[in-house]
Ligand binder design. Sequence first.
Ligand code: NDP
Ligand code: 2IT
Length: 448
Amino acid sequence: METLDPILQPHFETVLARNPGEGEFHQAVLEVLESLGPVVRKHQHYVDEAVIERLCEPERQLIFRVPWTDDQGRVQINRAFRVEFNSALGPYKGGLRFHPSVYLGIVKFLGFEQIFKNALTGMPIGGGKGGSDFDPKGRSDAEVMRFCQSLMTELYRHLGEYTDVPAGDIGVGGREIGYLFGQYKRITNRYESGVLTGKGLSYGGSQVRTEATGYGTVFFTEEMLRLTGRSLSGRRVIVSGSGNVAIYAAQKAAELGAQVVACSDSSGYVVDEAGLDIALLKQVKEVDRARLSAYAEQRPDASYVAGGRVWDVPCEVALPCATQNELDADAAQALVTNGVLAVAEGANMPCTPDATRVFQEKGVLFAPGKAANAGGVATSALEMQQNASRDSWSFAHTEERLRDIMVGVHERCASAADEYGTPGNYVAGANISSFLQVADAMLSLGVV
Ligand code: NDP
Ligand code: 2IT
């Protein structure tokens, strides 16, 4: 793993000073800057023309109040954010997260990552992210609807298919996108399908968008293994989380012949040596909206470990698919001791910098989130494409497009890593390849 080149040290210090208390944002910026030493040594103009400073400063940041009424008639107040980070490549594009931990620093880290991830897809989309500290857990559908309507009543004026196009993230799935789209349509009197992605199939959504992030993570993993003469078939796999990304990563890995033996939520993890029953997992999480412990209650041979750490389950492939900084150096060491071969981040920044260092030093194949989980936003771009042409594609065709895009993301990372002298380092490759694309577009557009 690289260290920060002295040329870039002042830039990082500026980020620290301008964004106090935003640890996740600092972490995401540092990871990118640590990869860019060889690039700015070779191309000094990126420093001279202040591209790094411009990239680290969002184009626009919105913070607003979201008032709503709960089922008991009490007024509730939440805070919501939209960080429109960079539009050099296309309209701001990135999800909305509803989780009590959301604050400006989380949204900025996610928006910053999204710039580079979106560039890696090769699609014309800029980077942005949003969310709220609203906690959907235990809320009725009616409460979630009123919250979404209130949020959109402010957010709509900042959106548009050519301006800013949100989608889902933690706590935001098909139900929430439906309520958000309904309110946007009502306020604007426009059936502007391309203003949100992750829509339901009955009103302009794309096949495979629900599955795309998890599937894409597995396609990327399969590609890393293939180039080292291996495959997923017959391998023991664990995923963390049991939400949208985790479920479909588990499903695709199982389809490719892996034995997916564990998943988790924030309360504990499940081990199911027979291989996770994906249909049951979907029923528990997507239909019943229950806790993961309910899976084990309905599956006698599975065990539920309350409060445990899923990384202690031996595996050859680990797919962290829950949240940022969920996998630390100690967990990474446990995975290495148990023989892990490959780790791909389905979530955004789930591995701490020290954990990443452990994997890289021990020769574990390691795919950073901005590459491995790019299939979700790439399929959002395919959804925008279908909306713009008033078309809808088959599941098979869309999945094939997703697979090709993930092979392309892998190829961009691998060749940039080779070119800049760090073969096999997907972190460096992802950061360098996407930086060059965004930076060149920014320079072409002038000082804007
Ligand atoms: P979901 O809300 O569907 O699921 C989130 C899962 O992660 C749940 O199992 C949840 O457990 C767990 N989790 C969330 N927060 C925490 C926490 N603080 N500690 C421990 N576990 C936690 O979200 P997604 O599956 O959509 O998102 C998962 C990750 O993937 C996020 O990092 C997201 O940014 C990233 N991602 C998502 C994409 C998408 O298209 N949805 C695209 C690319 C990346 P619990 O229910 O107990 O909270
Ligand atoms: O982190 C991500 O890439 C997402 N949550 C998906 C963003 C999108 O616009 O589909």
